[in-house]
Design a protein around this ligand. Structure first.
Ligand SMILES: [Fe+2]
Ligand SMILES: [Fe+2]
Length: 280
């Protein structure tokens, strides 16, 4: 099982990759490859696939962490690039999403209405966990959420004609069965990493080997980050022998990354585009 970060806000130093605010991972398994999120623009995804020699990679399925455009902007192009492959997501993915900045309302989700038609029967949306390929599944809807979610104050959805704070119902992560346990791969983790970990623990007894992706901690209070540190400590010792355990990128935020690195040392690393993680 191997994860490659194809698109992130940052790229590995000296690489020919392009950075873009967004996220995309390639998950390669013996049972088929999964593209988790597609980033904001097809031109970036295609460039980075080519730059990493992965342009010929066969894709068995797409999965989308949530509807925000930095994760789904390249979807129309990706659907054409990988025809006939199913697309796994939570229901609510297609709900119009907005961002309010400086009093101005902007589209922030999958605003292109033709996507509904393009997805058609390819969309496999469920609030229950879904197997994508053997050893790779969705978390399903992340609920309940007893801990703080990963929100941005400017995110909105329309409910009963009113613009309200986005509850991020569509957020989901992926769970990978790897050699020594399970790995969690997040998109933005708007549902909150502690909530996602709590859900995972209600579903799984196997040790957590790694967490990869965006964890939306940039607006988290110091107390919340400290509580996350405790929750991660409760997950036990490093399991991924000789390798880092937390590969964090996108919306994690420098401050949270710093606190986690202070707490867990070399077990925590940044995960720019170009990062390849061998999970065995
Ligand atoms: Fe997001
Ligand atoms: Fe994001």
């Amino acid at each position: 099982m191997r994860i490659t970060c194809l698109v992130d806000n940052c790229v590995q130093r000296g690489s020919a990759l392009w950075g873009a605010h967004g996220l995309s991972f390639l998950i390669e398994t013996d049972g088929g490859n999964v593209l988790y999120d597609v980033g904001p623009e097809l031109v970036v995804l295609e460039h980075n696939l080519r730059a990493m020699g992965l342009e010929g990679a066969e894709i068995a399925a797409l999965a989308l962490s949530h509807g925000h455009a930095d994760h789904t902007g390249a979807l129309a192009g990706a659907l054409a690039l990988f025809p006939d492959v199913p697309v796994y997501a939570n229901p609510g993915l297609l709900e119009p999403r907005y961002s309010v900045r400086g009093g101005e309302l902007q589209g922030a989700g999958m605003q292109d209405e033709s996507l509904v038609e393009q997805l058609g029967p390819r969309l496999r949306a469920s609030r229950e966990p879904q197997e994508i390929v053997p050893g790779v599944r969705t978390t399903g809807a992340v609920c309940p959420r007893p801990f703080p979610p990963g929100i941005s104050q400017h995110h909105r959805v329309r409910r009963d004609g009113e613009l309200v704070q986005d509850p991020y119902d569509d957020d989901m992560s992926l769970v990978l069965e790897v050699k020594d346990g399970i790995a969690l791969v997040c998109g933005c983790c708007h549902a909150g990493l502690r909530n996602t970990l709590a859900l995972l623990r209600s579903q799984e007894a196997r040790p957590l080997v790694a967490i990869v992706g965006g964890t939306h901690l940039m607006n988290a209070s110091e107390a919340e980050i400290e509580q996350l540190v405790e929750a991660l400590r409760a997950e036990g010792e490093l399991r991924l022998e000789g390798a880092p355990r937390l590969y964090l990128n996108h919306c994690t935020g420098e401050r949270a990354l710093g606190v986690l690195q202070q707490a867990f040392g070399e077990q925590v690393v940044a995960c720019p585009a170009g990062t390849v993680i061998d999970l065995g």
